[in-house]
Design a protein around this ligand. Structure first.
Ligand code: GAL
Length: 380
């Protein structure tokens, strides 16, 4: 089966396939391709339940795999690295046939991945690339650099410097903007911040955007574990240290809805949100329901919607391919170098959601109902 498959492939894909085999993880299909789905278990390791997107991801992957008859071992690690390591170890010893992992710390699972490779268990990195290991067989995610570009663009639109169609807006500036990035141990953070900063750079260079705190390095603006409280505290500190002279914050680059809510709370506590002191433009990511309500109410500017249902589909497709002794279909074989190798990836498109797109992107697609948007809460 493997030989027939390889012969049928073109040169580049062949090299890719061989590279994946030499990684050791892929290729256990020889053992699994004859088995029935009911005899196969997929271990799904998710980082945390504090963010509703990972709950949605976990549920979607589980439901879709179970609908195909597979057994699923779904675990959440409470954002604790040793817990995630232990859970993955256990999945391996209990005989998982494929692992789907959204890592808390992208560099902390090398030991587990080696054990998986030794047991010929293919590993799929889910949304967050696992770094520093040759034993990552596939990556499913969105175009993370484009997420950053969308966030930078959303901020410019919120400030009135650009229109949604990309044309020049009527606002002149200069505007005071503060920057936030995600967790530095998450490989995506660099892509989000890089894409956003590349987009904002011409405006910073022209003096239209000023970062009053002067905190512009990713290390200065990062938010460990993406935590809302950490972001709220940093925004409070920024207001005290850099805006106690009467200056106003006009915009905040935020990489994730939870962080955006922390930022907005700090601003509201400091008196922002009235006609005299308008809330700044604030970006986000993940289309979390609490933030969709804020966007609908005109409090948050926008979010980047990444359809977790489509991501789950790709994780299921990749799992099935490995179980059938095939290579999953990649649409990017260049971008995601994990420090040891370029991991073949399937990247999905993203959608920027301002208030006007809530209906078309989220309600009409069945991601959230109109009632959930109005309530700002997911129905169980
Ligand atoms: C990132 C992910 C984002 C967001 C963030 C915080 O890895 O790509 O969509 O969910 O984690 O959970």
């Amino acid at each position: 089966m493997r030989r027939r498959f390889l012969v049928a492939l073109g040169g580049a894909a062949l090299a890719l396939s061989l590279a994946a085999c030499s990684g050791g993880g892929a290729g256990s299909g020889g053992d699994t391709s004859d088995k029935k789905p009911g005899d196969l278990t997929i271990g799904v390791s998710m980082p945390t339940q504090t963010s509703e997107r990972w709950i949605a991801d976990g549920n979607a992957v589980k439901q879709k795999l179970e609908a195909k008859g597979y057994k699923v071992d779904l675990q959440y690690a409470g954002d604790d690295i040793p817990t995630q390591s232990q859970q993955v170890d256990q999945m391996i010893t209990q005989g998982a046939d494929v692992l789907i992992i959204a890592a808390i710390d992208g560099t902390a699972l090398s030991g587990q991945l080696q054990a998986a490779a030794d047991a010929k268990i293919p590993v799929i990195a889910y949304d967050r690339l696992i770094r520093g290991s040759k034993n990552v067989d596939f990556y499913v995610s969105f175009d993370n650099y484009k997420v950053g570009v969308a966030q930078g663009t959303g901020l410019l639109v919120g400030l009135g410097l650009l229109n949604k169609d990309g044309s020049k807006g009527t606002a002149k500036g200069p505007f005071n903007v503060e920057l936030f990035a995600g967790s530095l141990d998450d490989n995506n953070t660099q892509y989000f911040f890089g894409g956003a900063m590349d987009t904002l750079k011409p405006f910073v260079d022209a003096g239209t955007i000023k970062v009053k705190s002067r905190q512009t390095n990713i290390e200065q603006v990062a938010t460990l574990r993406w935590q809302q409280e950490t972001a709220q505290k940093r925004m409070e500190d920024l207001l005290t240290s850099s805006y106690n002279d009467g200056a106003k914050v006009d915009g905040v680059l935020s990489p994730y809805d939870g962080i955006s809510r922390g930022i907005i709370t700090a601003l509201q506590n400091a008196g922002y949100g009235s006609a005299a002191k308008k809330l700044p433009a604030v970006t986000g990511q993940d289309a979390e329901i609490a933030s969709i309500k804020l966007i609908n109410d005109g409090v948050q500017t926008c979010t980047v919607f990444k359809d977790t249902r489509l991501l789950a589909d790709q994780a299921v497709n990749a799992s099935e391919a490995f179980l059938q002794d095939k290579q999953p279909q990649a649409n990017d074989t260049q971008t995601y170098n994990n420090g040891v190798k370029v991991v073949p990836a399937y990247l999905l498109p993203i959608v920027t959601v301002y208030k006007e797109e809530i209906k078309s992107a989220l309600i009409d697609s069945g991601y959230w109902t109109a009632e959930e948007v109005a309530a700002g809460q997911a129905k169980k």
